[in-house]
Design a protein around this ligand. Structure first.
Ligand code: PLP
Length: 392
């Protein structure tokens, strides 16, 4: 084993991938003076729907907004229960509460990190109205099993696809042939970014129409062009809606990013493949398991340490990576361990054993298109160095 040499420069955990094309598109939009929701947002919706093979796409200011609107449009409200995973960002569960409904958590499948369909079925009651499965890290949930449960009990499915742009289930891109909705995030760290942003995708005409109303202050359709020539000043507020729409500066970024998505994904895949290959050779870490039915989008690279073989825990492992100038993150601190949730629902340690075991072991490593081969090799060497130093 060669001697590990610490690099001078810190490798950030994540960086967006922008070219001159994104910069020009934003500049052109600003020059056009149409900076709020307008023609670029409409075009981005059309192009995105085409990309994932869906009938409708509704652009919003975040995935959180899309998740909220998705449930509202499906009629979820007070008294209803919605089943989701503890291994997610808080907004997946927060938005259920925002609807006045109750989130019910089903533990993950330890192998994949995604919600376990068997656990989902155990949590179904007469109040259950929907399931919000999360395609965790870009890994896809076992959708056939989830939709079987949804069909059996008449439940709506809103897929949290924040990580799943360019994920495929059994060869079908997420978003295509949807029975419910899929909600994407375009936050700065995502595979496609508009700075902040999100998209709700559906094949259902009624959900599409309602989502546009809920996300646009509750205004009647197409109110965005009421200031254009021939546009009408008259509008109705049909629901007490939200100000959730995307605007054209974001959409300008999104259109260019979407045109570059295959190029950006190819680079992510190359890095992920190298990680998978090299980490499989190190006994004290566990590379992510990808089931046959899944084509991973590699939004996150979630490495698990094997604490049984180490003298240090995950937190110390992260400190050691940081000391070697490697930025990391953790996805996620389980929602069910957050004080807002323990206070409200009384969750305690041991309630979600697979989620807890997974959480104690995970480290998200840098994975983004501009990460160089040299940086990728360095990160692998840093992990190897830590394992060698702290092996039992
Ligand atoms: C699984 C998941 N769902 C939803 C969201 C919310 O996305 P946004 O920041 O676009 O609202 C995130 C954010 O990272 C996420 O990771």
């Amino acid at each position: 084993m060669g001697q590990f040499k610490k690099r001078e420069k810190f490798i950030p955990y994540n960086l967006p991938d922008f070219t001159e094309a994104e910069i020009s598109a934003v500049a052109e939009t600003v020059r056009s003076l149409w900076v709020a929701k307008g023609p670029r947002t409409v075009k981005f919706e059309e192009e995105f729907a085409k990309h994932v093979g869906a009938k409708h796409a509704v652009a919003m200011n975040s995935c959180t907004a899309a998740l909220h609107v998705s449930l509202l449009s499906a009629g979820i409200g007070p008294g209803d229960e919605v089943i989701t995973t503890p291994m997610t960002f808080a907004s997946t569960a927060n938005t259920i509460i925002h609807c006045g409904a109750t989130p019910v958590f089903a533990d993950i499948d330890y192998k994949t990190g995604c919600i376990d369909p068997e656990e989902v079925e155990k949590k179904v009651t007469s109040k259950t109205k929907a399931i919000v499965p999360v395609h965790y890290s870009g890994q896809v949930c076992d959708l056939d099993r989830i939709y079987d449960i949804a069909d059996k009990y008449g439940l709506f499915v809103s897929e949290d696809a924040a990580h799943a742009l360019e994920s495929f289930y059994k060869g079908r891109i997420i978003g295509h042939k949807l029975k419910g909705t899929a909600c994407y995030s375009f936050y700065a760290t995502k595979n496609l970014t508009t700075g902040e942003g999100g998209m709700l995708v559906t094949d259902d005409d009624e959900i599409d129409a309602k989502a546009r109303i809920w996300a646009g202050q509750g205004m009647s359709r197409n109110a965005w062009n009421r200031y254009a020539k021939g546009g009408s000043w008259r509008y109705d507020i049909c629901e007490p809606g939200f100000k959730y729409n995307m605007f054209d500066i974001q959409a300008a970024l999104g259109l260019v990013q979407l045109s570059r998505i295959h190029e950006m994904q190819a680079r992510r895949l190359k890095i992920a493949e190298k990680y998978q290959r090299e980490f499989a050779k190190i006994d004290a870490v566990e590379p992510p398991f990808v089931p046959d039915y899944c084509t991973h989008s590699w939004h996150l690279y979630v490495l698990r340490i094997v604490p049984e073989l180490l003298t240090i825990d995950r937190d110390r492992f992260i400190e050691e990576l940081n000391a070697r100038n490697v930025g990391t993150s953790v996805h996620f601190i389980p929602v069910t361990s957050m004080s807002a949730y323990t206070k409200r629902f009384g969750f305690k340690k041991g309630d979600f054993p697979n989620t807890e075991k997974h959480f104690e072991r995970i480290i998200s490593l840098p994975l983004y298109p501009s990460l160089s081969d040299e940086e990728t090799d360095y990160i692998i060497a840093a992990v190897r160095d830590i394992v060698e130093k702290f092996h039992k």
